[in-house]
Design a protein around this ligand. Structure first.
Ligand SMILES: Cc1cc2nc3c(=O)[nH]c(=O)nc-3n(C[C@H](O)[C@H](O)[C@H](O)COP(=O)(O)OP(=O)(O)OC[C@H]3O[C@@H](n4cnc5c(N)ncnc54)[C@H](O)[C@@H]3O)c2cc1C
Length: 389
C-alpha cells in the first residue's frame, strides 16, 4: 500500500496539514517519493539505528523488495521513543545506573509522550499497522505535569508500542546490542563495521546501500570515510538538552476521588534549553529533590507520597547524546539530505521537524526514495497531489 497525500488530507483535514511550516510541507512533498513495488529486486540495504527513522526506512524498503538488515546499539528498538517500565535500566554516562521500580503496570515515557493530530504520515502508519491511538494529556516542558495539550494522541501502554509495531512488521527482526563503529565504502558497496556489545566481537556487513539513522551527535563520533564536507556538515549539528524526572504516587492530582485512589505516574520535572543545561549538571539526587519540591509547591504536603524516582538526562544517554539538534548552518542539514556514495542519512535531526517523530518519518521516506531512484525504481506520485505543492 502506498501513502498518498490526498488520502492523508482527507483523513486528517487539509487545514491541519497546511498549518505545518512551509519547509515541512515542502519536505512532505519530497517524502512522497517512496519506491514503487519491486524496485529493490533483491538489492540489500543495512539500516543503522532502529529509532522511528530507521524502522520506517526498513519497513518501506522491505515493501519495495529490498533485503534489509537493521542494527541498533541498544537492547531495544525505538531510540528516543523510550518507555520505561518496572525493571528498565537507565544508564546515563557518568551516573550510577538506575533500575526503574514501577508497580501495577505503570510506565514512564521518558522521550515523546504523544503524536500531534496533524502529523499525518506517522498516524497513517499507525493505522496501517493496526495500532490504535487515543487522546492523551501530555506534560509540557514548563513542568506542569498533567496539563492537557490539545490534539495529542498516543498508543495505550506506552509510546514504544509504535516502534515495536514497525519492528514486528519486519521479516528480519532488528539486530540489537550491536554498536556501529565504522562506515566505509569499498568496491561500490557500503561496509558497516559493528561491535557486539556483549562479546566485544567486531563484524562487518556489506550491502548495496546503508541508511545511517543515528543521532547526529553520535554519528560525529563514528569513524567513517566521508568527505570533509560531510564531516563538517555532521559537526554543524549541536545537541539540545532535555530532562525528565518522574515518580510513582497515589493520584492526588486527580479530582475524581475514585481515580485519585489509584497509583499513577507523575512527570514532576520536564525542562529543556538553558534551564536543562543547569539542571542536568546537578547530582541526580539533587535533581530528584528539586522535582519533589516543585510538586510540593503545587500540592503542599504531598512530597512524601512521591516514590520510585527516575531521572533521564537525554544528553547523557550514550546512544542519543542529546534530545534533538540545532543547526548552526541550515545548509549543512540540507547537504546531508543528499547521499554520500552508498550512504544515505536519515533521522529526525535532518528533518524540518527535528523534535518530532514525524520528522524521523519524513527523513526516512526521503532516504528510501533516493535509494529507489538509484536502483532504477519508479516513484509513484498521484498527479492530483502535485496541486498541493
Ligand atoms: C524529552 C523528549 C520529548 C519528546 N517529545 C516528543 C513528542 O511528544 N512527540 C514527538 O513526536 N516527538 C517527541 N520527541 C522527539 C522524538 O523522540 C524524536 O524526534 C525521534 O524519536 C527521533 O527518531 P530518530 O529515529 O531520528 O532517532 P532515535 O530515536 O534517536 O534513533 C536512533 C537509533 O540509533 C541507535 N544508535 C545510536 N548510535 C548507534 C550506533 N553507533 N550503532 C548502532 N545504533 C546506534 C540508537 O540506539 C537509536 O535506537 C521528544 C524527544 C525527547 C528527547
Amino acid at each position: 500500500m502506498h501513502l498518498h497525500r490526498r488520502r492523508l488530507f482527507t483523513a486528517f483535514g487539509a487545514a491541519a496539514a497546511l498549518s505545518l511550516p512551509a519547509a515541512a510541507r515542502a519536505e512532505m512533498l519530497r517524502a512522497e517519493s517512496v519506491p514503487d513495488l519491486h524496485s529493490g529486486a533483491g538489492r540489500s540495504v543495512t539500516v543503522i539505528g532502529a529509532g522511528i527513522a530507521g524502522l520506517v526506512a526498513a519497513y518501506e524498503l522491505q515493501r519495495a523488495g529490498f533485503k534489509v538488515a537493521v542494527l541498533d546499539a541498544r537492547d531495544r528498538v525505538g531510540g528516543r521513543a523510550w518507555t520505561i517500565r518496572d525493571g528498565s535500566r537507565v544508564e546515563l554516562v557518568g551516573e550510577a545506573c538506575q533500575t526503574a521500580r514501577l508497580s501495577g503496570g505503570l510506565y514512564f515515557d521518558a522521550g515523546p509522550a504523544g503524536v500531534p493530530a496533524d502529523h499525518a504520515y506517522l498516524l497513517s502508519y499507525c493505522r496501517e499497522l493496526g495500532l490504535p491511538l487515543r487522546a492523551v494529556a501530555a506534560t509540557s516542558p514548563a513542568g506542569d505535569a498533567g496539563e492537557a495539550k490539545a490534539g495529542m494522541l498516543a498508543p495505550a501502554g506506552g509510546m514504544d508500542r509504535i516502534p515495536l509495531a514497525f519492528a514486528k512488521a519486519l521479516r528480519n527482526r532488528p539486530i540489537l546490542g550491536v554498536e556501529v563503529v565504522e562506515l566505509r565504502q569499498d568496491f561500490g558497496r557500503a561496509e558497516v563495521v559493528y561491535r557486539e556489545r556483549k562479546t566485544g566481537a567486531l563484524k562487518a556487513l556489506y550491502s548495496d546501500f546503508a541508511v545511517v539513522a543515528i543521532p547526529m551527535p553520535v554519528l560525529a563520533g563514528v569513524r567513517a570515510d566521508f568527505t570533509p564536507d560531510v564531516r563538517r556538515a555532521i559537526a554543524a549539528a549541536s545537541a539540545t538538552h532535555a530532562n525528565k524526572v518522574a515518580f510513582e504516587a497515589p493520584r492526588f492530582w486527580e479530582e475524581d476521588r475514585r481515580t485519585a485512589a489509584k497509583r499513577g505516574l507523575l512527570v514532576a520535572a520536564y525542562n529543556v534549553g538553558a534551564p536543562a543545561v543547569a539542571f542536568e549538571r546537578l547530582p541526580l539526587e539533587e535533581q530528584i529533590e528539586l522535582a519533589r519540591a516543585a510538586v510540593g509547591r503545587a500540592h503542599p504536603g504531598r512530597e512524601g507520597d512521591l516514590a520510585n524516582p527516575m531521572v533521564v538526562n537525554w544528553s547523557k544517554e550514550p546512544f542519543s547524546l542529546g534530545a534533538s539538534v540545532e543547526w548552526a548552518d541550515p545548509a549543512a542539514r540540507e547537504a546531508l539530505g543528499e547521499a554520500e556514495g552508498r550512504f544515505l542519512f536519515a533521522g529526525a535531526d535532518l528533518s524540518p521537524l527535528p523534535g518530532w517523530l514525524e520528522g524521523g518519518v519524513l527523513s526516512a521516506r526521503r532516504a528510501v526514495g533516493q535509494i529507489a531512484r538509484r536502483s532504477g525504481g519508479r516513484t509513484l506520485i498521484d498527479i492530483d497531489d502535485l496541486a498541493y505543492g
